[in-house]
Write a new protein. Sequence first.
Length: 321
Amino acid sequence: MKQKIVVLDGAAGNPGDISWEPLAKLGDLVVYDRTRLGDEMIERARDAQIVLTNKVPFSRETIEQLPELRYIGVIATGFNIVDIEAATEHGIVVTNVPAYSTASVAQIAIAHLLDITTGTAHYAEQTRQGVWSRCTDYTYWDRPFIELADKTMGIVGMGNIGTAVATIAHALGMNILAFSSKTPDQLPPFVAKAESLDDLFTRADVVSLHCPLTQETRRLVNARRLALMKPTAILINTSRGALIDEDALAVALKEGKLAAAALDVLNDEPPKADNPVTSLPNCHITPHLGWTSTEARIRLHKVLAANIESYLAGAPINVVN
């Protein structure tokens, strides 16, 4: 008998441009674009043996209300939305999709860095507004153009994405400094290992965050650590919003203690109206876009199907518990 497969929030990663057919072949598939927490979530998942979720969380309380549930597939790499301990206690396999968005997330991190240092979007908009046309000289600039060659890129976390960002930054002529659990001989030859996080934040011209969100890394970037950074430095976060204390970041940016920040993730998504960083001119924010390239999402769906197929065959892969 086919098992029931329920997707709770399919629209987040698949607004209709990718086929669900590979999953439909594996069971009785029901796809919901969005699901509210509480009764609606419980009702939709109640009879399912396999549930897929992008951002709909599975707490212990939720898991205990779903006795038929045997498999939770996270439609992402990070799996902090699932109470792993509770899932394990109830014999539920939890899987994720690793490495599918490496190239895309690295690309958006570097895109932010290039935009901040060269002002491409700024000057394109000014040209549309006729600023260049009104110039006396053939060239025009109203802000510094910052060359990246010989600057130091500090990378926190040297997994797949951190390594990809390091590789691109190195190609731009940057010196790479990393904080990582890896030993120096496990890092690429062009990467130096920082003595500590504080050492990295003190020395880097650019700090890019590529580590998971855990109890140890929550608010990793706080007021004390921001105070260590050069006033000319740039902070990039394409990992998880809660790695940064946004109130402290807002103060640092307003007071000129930090030149700029580039964020593809925030503590609350979408951000609340009173978010302290969204209106700051030196805080460059994109709406959690790094994973959404068509190529990345196609890879994501292929691995989702492979995860379930392997689970049904009795040899689950990409298991996180």
